[in-house]
Each structure stands twice: as C-alpha cells, then as structure tokens.
Design a protein around this ligand. Structure first.
Ligand code: GRG
Length: 275
C-alpha cells in the first residue's frame, strides 16, 4: 500500500471515532431524526475535509482539543450538503457511497431536517466544545462564509442555474471557474484554513495555506468530474488543469520543507485517487 493510502486509512479510522464522539446526543433528538443523521454521518466517505483540518493544525502543533471538534463540524456540514444534494429537488440520486440515499431510507421531510440539523449542529459543536471565545468567533466566521451563499450553497445555486439554462447562456468563466471554486473548493479551503486558525499562524503563512487549500479544492472537483465519466478532449483539459493546480498548491507550501510533507502528499492524492 502507498504511504499516503495507509496514512489516509488510519486518519479515516480516527475521524470515524471522533465523529461518533461528537454526534448530537441521542436522547435530545426525535429518534427518526437521530437515525437519519447517524445513517449519513456513519456511511463512510473519504473524510478528506476533517483529515485536512487535522493535518494542517498538527503541522503547527495546534491544540487537539480544538482541532478535533472543528474537523468534525466541517464533516457534519459536508454530510448535510450531500444529503440535500441527493434530494429529488436537487440531483435526485438514489445511492450515495454505495448505499440508498438518506431520503430513500427516511423520506424527504426527514432528510431535509437531518441536513438542517447537521448544519446547525456543526456550529453548536464549535461554540460549546471550544473554550476560547476569540477562536470560536474566528472559526464561525470562517466556516459560515465558506459554507453559505457566497461559498458552497452559492456554488450549488450557480450549478442549478446552469443546469436549467441552455449551454449557450453559460458564461464560461462563471461555469468553469467560479462555480467549482464556490461549490467544492470553498469548504476544502476552509478545512485547511481552520487548521491554521487554531494553530494561530501568522497572516503571511495563512495566505499560503489558503492558496494551497483553494487549489487542491478546485483540482478535487476537476478530478471528480473526470471520475464521473467526462471523456475526450474535455477530460484531457481537466486532467491538465488539475495537475497544474496541484503543482501550484504544492509550491505555495514548499518553503515549509519537511513539515509540509503530509500536505504535499495529500495534494498528489487529490488527482491520483480513483474514488
Ligand atoms: C445542497 C447545500 C448543498 C450543497 C451542495 C457539496 C455539494 C454542494 C454537492 C454534492 C455533490 C457534489 C458532487 C459536489 C461537488 C463536491 C463533491 C465532489 C462532493 C463529494 O465529496 P467527497 O468525494 O465525498 O469528498 P465523500 O463521500 O468521500 O465524503
């Protein structure tokens, strides 16, 4: 097994344990809502975003008591986005991660509520588990902007606009750059940024990390489209673009030397991954 694959496997197990620890407390929730949340949070997935938060923070010796709930909060937001994206009003998917989608098992109404609860709960975890109010403010500000209308949700809005319009009505720059940067890269970038925020790194270094996070986030979406089956010249173009982004991402952090080894390998993984 490649070194990065065994690293990812061990980190995935670690994140799975943390997610179980930080899940909303069962007795407080209506049972069907709890089950729907539990079903999607525990249905696997690569756990890339929380792994990035942990890896970035640990690179700068950030406090794990803050890193771990934040990493989970970001995965809760990612999980909510997948539940809502699969709904009939959006992508109308029957399967996710090889299992029936949340609404197929629990019905649309509960799936919508499970997503809503996960999004809200993510911020509750940060506000209640992190005993440093300045840090809570910074994290809430960072994550809410990345996940909201000017970030992931806005990117989904653009995607829907394009899906409803004609190909001719597409403004290329918005479709090929702005939309993936908002829909996908924003949350991946924030996963990296939050690691830096918790480690309280200087602004200049943060700027480099943000470049890294945005570039790998964009490359991740391009690779996702390639894995989804685009072909021909378009696939070639996406491949070249994603490779360039990864080179650029790695260059942004190369001055950190040996310390940046894991983030360098994670950048490579973004485009070599097969799932
Ligand atoms: C519906 C609010 C809302 C947002 C939707 C994230 C998203 C925006 C939609 C999901 C569909 C999709 C293909 C989005 C692009 C981002 C992406 C590739 C998500 C899948 O992320 P992975 O591959 O999923 O990390 P796993 O299953 O590994 O966690």
């Amino acid at each position: 097994m490649l070194e990065i694959e065994s690293y990812l496997e061990s980190q995935r197990k670690r994140v799975d344990k943390l997610l179980a620890k930080y899940l909303p407390p069962r007795p407080k929730l209506p049972s069907e809502l709890y089950q729907a949340i539990n079903y999607s949070v525990k249905s696997g997935g690569k756990r890339l975003r929380p792994i990035l938060t942990l890896a970035t923070g640990e690179m700068f010796n950030a406090d794990r008591r803050y890193l771990e709930p934040t990493a989970c909060a970001i995965e809760f937001i990612h999980t909510y986005s997948l539940i809502h994206d699969d709904l009939p009003a959006m992508d109308n998917d029957n399967f996710r991660r090889g299992k029936p989608t949340n609404h197929k098992v629990f019905g649309e109404a509960i799936a919508i509520l499970a997503g809503d609860a996960l999004l809200t709960y993510a911020f509750e975890v940060i506000a209640t588990r992190i005993k440093n109010s300045s840090l809570v403010r910074q994290l809430v500000s960072e994550i809410s902007q990345a996940a909201g209308g000017a970030g992931m949700v806005g990117g989904q809005g653009l995607d829907i606009r394009f899906a409803r319009g004609t190909t001719k009505s597409r403004d290329n720059d918005t479709f090929y750059t702005k939309m993936p940067l908002m829909k996908t890269a924003a949350l991946i970038k924030t996963a990296v940024t939050c690691g830096g925020i918790i480690a309280d790194i200087p602004d200049r270094l943060m700027a480099h990390l943000k470049t890294y996070g945005q570039d790998i986030g964009f490359a991740f979406q391009l690779k996702d489209d390639i894995l989804d089956g685009i072909d021909g010249q378009k696939a070639e173009n996406y491949l070249m673009k994603s490779q360039k982004l990864v080179v650029h991402a790695k260059r942004a952090i190369q001055h950190l030397g040996e310390k940046s080894k894991i983030l360098q390998s994670l950048a490579d993984y973004i485009i070599i991954r097969q799932i």
